[in-house]
Design a protein around this ligand. Structure first.
Ligand code: FAD
Length: 449
């Protein structure tokens, strides 16, 4: 017998229930990846993620080869490609990880329609630690507030980790080669390496020397003390379920705080699964009539707002295709509240660059910061000067990304406009808008004053 595993956001061999089930039930398995026209058309195929994907596929192929198999690669419309592989091999079943996005659900439904309900097996809790919908509050189809969700998520517990397949026998059939990373142009210069192997190396280092200090250090911008595992989770090169188990073994306050962040990831996925339109429309409309000043938005995109912490974060994004969570929060608060620009403008820019750019976590975190999402304090505004003094007191993070401010003394690093004229930072812009003015405009627009 032959079974197909369609890899989507689960590009790994470890703890992969879809692959595990296929290997267990069939004599031969087709580990299939399709460069899907639909994903490209939806605008998710940005260079940084394309490069990371190339690493993931090369690594997956190498891992399968080490087990006697290989990755089978096709391109085109995903359902048509799966059907072609089924027809060529006489496969009886297709296994796929369930996804929370509208696109993943449409793909699942189309596969079910084309193959028949009995031939498609959709596996839960492959992309997330707990499947969307696994816990729901009374009277609603999803949790709209994180704290009660976390409580239930913690009580529910996650599934057991499935074993790594020892051998994968793949039938003879045509396959393209995975597209090499070298062919991808337009990537960020400091982009990290992808793939399950790189992810597991990072995970190992994180467990032994990062996790314990996570609770204390996770907001420290200078220390850069978060795991940076998000791109591996986004592509499924690491399993969120496995991470929960490994972190819990450590039993430290750092491990607890880290597991809580993984619950945040699941939280946003379950919101999106229940409200797919929240990827594009306000989860909670506040009657906003956003401003659109292209000059201001461009200054924000290029890290030239005149607020050092916001600019450092935006330059980190351009350089690495990744940004510290606090940077993301500040940059998003500044755009949507201080400049009062539409969260979709910011979310689009992030998706163009973030290597972990993810429809659930990006759009819903943006909505959270814009106050149109699940935040129970939707009108709070982060102050980049106050936050800078607290989270980057010596300006280490700012100086790392803004060379114009390299020699500004610590006491002025977050307020360079206060420098005496003789010491003014060369080439660094004046603030785009005064913070108080931005606040007033926002509060008036929201009807708070
Ligand atoms: P760690 O601090 O080490 O956390 C561990 C893991 O927990 C992360 O890898 C991530 O998977 C998860 N996590 C942490 N914080 C959050 C959160 N707030 N929401 C959901 N999951 C979280 N995360 C993405 O994965 N993709 C995105 O596109 C994305 N866009 C964002 C946009 C904005 C405006 C904001 C404020 C946050 C966004 N985040 C996004 C969430 C968060 O910033 C990143 O997950 C985190 O910075 C990744 O770094 P890390 O792996 O070092 O995180």
């Amino acid at each position: 017998t032959v079974s197909v595993v369609l890899f989507t956001a689960d590009l790994r061999l470890h703890d992969n229930p879809a692959l595990h089930a296929a290997v267990r039930e069939a004599d031969e398995v087709v580990p299939l990846f399709v460069y899907d026209d639909g994903v490209r058309a939806a605008g998710f195929d940005a260079p940084n993620r394309r490069a990371f994907l190339a690493d993931c596929l090369a690594d997956l192929d190498a891992g399968l080869r080490a087990r006697g198999g290989r990755l089978v690669v096709r391109s085109g419309e995903v359902v048509a490609q799966v059907c072609a592989v089924v027809a060529e091999t006489g496969a009886e079943r297709v296994h796929v990880a369930g996804g929370p996005s509208a696109y993943a659900v449409r793909r699942e439904n189309a596969l079910r329609g084309a193959l028949g309900a009995d031939a498609l097996v959709v596996h839960d809790a492959v992309v997330t630690a707990l499947a969307p919908g696994a816990v729901t509050p009374a009277g609603n189809d999803h949790y709209a507030v994180f704290t009660p969700y976390l409580r239930r998520w913690t009580q529910q517990g996650v599934r057991e980790v499935v074993p790594l397949p020892r051998r994968v026998r793949v039938p003879e059939l045509g396959s393209a080669e995975p597209r090499p990373r070298e062919e991808v142009t337009g990537t960020s210069p400091g982009l990290m390496e992808g793939g399950e192997k790189a992810g597991r190396a990072r995970l190992k280092a994180w467990l032994s020397s990062g996790l314990a200090g996570y609770e204390k250090g996770h907001d420290d911008l200078a220390a850069d003390a978060t795991s940076r595992l998000s791109p591996f989770l986004h592509f499924g090169a690491l399993s969120a379920t496995e991470l929960v188990h490994l972190a819990r073994r450590e039993a430290s306050s750092g491990a607890e705080a880290f597991v809580r962040q993984l619950a945040w990831r699941d939280f946003h996925h379950q919101v999106l699964a229940a409200r797919p339109q929240a990827a594009h429309t306000d989860y909670r409309a506040r009657g906003d009539r956003w401003r659109h000043d292209e000059r201001e938005i461009e200054a924000w995109r290029t890290g030239r707002t005149g607020y050092p912490l916001v600019d450092a974060a935006m330059r980190q994004l351009a350089h690495e295709g990744w940004m510290h969570n606090r940077g993301r929060m500040l940059a998003a608060s500044f755009l949507t509240k201080t400049l009062y620009a539409d969260w979709r403008v910011g979310a689009r820019h992030f998706l163009d660059l973030l290597v972990d750019g993810d429809i659930a976590n990006n759009q819903l975190n943006w909505q959270w910061m814009a106050g149109t999402g699940t935040d129970t304090r939707p009108n709070r505004i982060l102050n980049p000067v106050v936050q800078g003094k607290r989270l980057d007191p010596r300006g280490t993070y700012v100086r790392r990304w803004i060379p114009e401010l390299a020699s500004v003394p610590d006491r002025h690093i977050h307020e360079p406009w206060n420098l005496p004229p003789t010491e003014a930072a060369d080439g660094y812009p004046a603030p785009l808008v005064e913070l108080g003015e931005g606040r007033e405009r926002f509060e008036r627009a929201r009807g708070l004053v």
